[in-house]
Design a protein around this ligand. Structure first.
Ligand code: MRU
Length: 369
């Protein structure tokens, strides 16, 4: 996608040094655009844990390149597969909810295990990292092509008046390698000349909506309005939302959706107001093992200071201010689970389906159990 008119992905290998991976450090957006070099797996792990990069698809792609760096920096005398297993375990421990992380590490391990000899193993790690990233971008592009039909149908029904779409958190291109999941149908609609307007939930406490989704949409010229997290229900009661599209960090093969905290409340409000509620995901975000999302999706809890303090731009620098009384403790559940009964449908790279085991199994028969 575009930054000041220039095409960017969120992660790439340094064009002049194959041992360096470059990322956009998202902590400073939208105030500063910073590209960071990563050289060791430890640096990659810290970048995921401390959210220089975030979002399910990008966490997966970063883990893929983290494993590649683990391979190229491994001391010559080490047994490569054992070394990668240990580094992979370190990467997997960084964030628990997005299933793409473990999926990417395991895909890398399988690729390297199936190669013979050091040179081939290194080549396999490079190939696999690039494949994970390219596939992420391509699957997001494709799901955008499927999802645009939903927006097109509403636009026709409204005789071309703007389609109001509410989204939560950032499931845009910054959360993936390119295009995004929830935003891919929106960008596709906008690029086709369909009038759209996006309600952007600010998404406390880290404000991924206010900081990242708003910035992305602005860079692409998509009309949008940032709203506090608790406004969506009111807008829906007054027919100001035609469609909700969110992303997801882990969706069970039975259709329960783990996503950024607050998604569940939006789904309840959408159900009460007959607003269609869709979740967009590439298949790397399905968890094919677990059945019951509420009981089984691991929910990350982050430090309370993310709730107690707010970061923003003042006097030409990023500053933090405390919002709460100095000694008030804060809880920071980072994700929640929306049960399948509240979801109108899933938008995937293979098409749109109901959020249930049979429909998902029909789209992905190779995973049917
Ligand atoms: O904590 P984050 O920023 O990594 O959370 C992930 C998200 O951005 C959202 O939950 C998103 O909707 C799904 S990830 C594509």
């Amino acid at each position: 996608m575009k930054v000041q008119g220039e095409h960017y992905r969120t992660i790439w290998i340094h064009p002049d040094d194959l041992k360096v991976v470059q990322i956009i450090d998202q902590r400073d957006l939208p105030h500063r655009f910073v590209v960071e070099d990563l050289v060791t797996t430890g640096e990659v792990a810290a970048a995921i844990k401390d959210m220089h990069v975030r979002g399910a698809g990008l966490i997966g792609a970063t883990a893929g390149y983290g494993m590649y760096l683990a391979a190229v920096t491994a001391p010559a005398q080490t047994e490569l597969v054992a070394h990668l297993e240990a580094q992979g375990a370190e990467l997997k421990a960084t964030r628990p909810t997005a299933v793409n992380l473990a999926w990417a590490v395991d895909r890398q391990l399988a690729a390297v295990r199936s190669a013979a000899g050091r040179d081939e193993q290194l080549a396999a790690a490079r190939r696999c990292a690039d494949e994970i990233a390219d596939e992420d971008a391509e699957f997001c592009r494709r799901l955008g092509e499927h999802g645009v039909s939903l927006i097109e149908a509403i636009s026709k029904r409204k005789a071309g008046a703007p389609v109001n779409i509410l989204t939560h958190c950032n499931a845009g291109w910054l959360a993936f390698v390119d295009y995004g999941s929830a935003t891919a149908p929106i960008y596709a609609a906008f690029d086709r000349g369909i009038k759209v307007h996006v309600w952007v939930d600010e998404t406390r406490p880290r404000n991924q909506g206010a900081r990242l989704t708003a910035w992305e949409l602005g860079q692409h010229g998509v009309p949008h309005t940032v709203i506090p997290d608790n406004v969506g229900g009111h807008l829906m009661q007054h027919q100001l939302v035609d469609l909700v599209i969110t992303g997801t960090d882990r969706t069970t093969h039975t259709g329960d959706v783990g996503n950024k905290i607050g998604t569940y409340l939006k789904a309840l409000a959408a159900k009460d107001n007959d607003v269609p509620f869709y979740v967009a995901l590439p298949s790397s975000t399905f968890d094919w093992e677990i059945e019951d999302g509420v009981a089984e999706i691991p929910i990350e809890q982050r430090g309370g200071d993310e709730v107690r303090y707010a970061r923003g731009w003042l006097d030409d620098q990023i500053q933090e201010v405390r919002l709460t009384p100095a000694d008030s403790p804060a809880a920071n559940y980072a994700f929640d689970v929306t049960p399948r009964r509240l979801i109108t449908g899933l938008i995937t790279e293979r098409g749109i389906c109901r959020a249930d085991k049979d429909a998902i199994g029909e789209l992905y028969p190779e995973h049917r159990r």
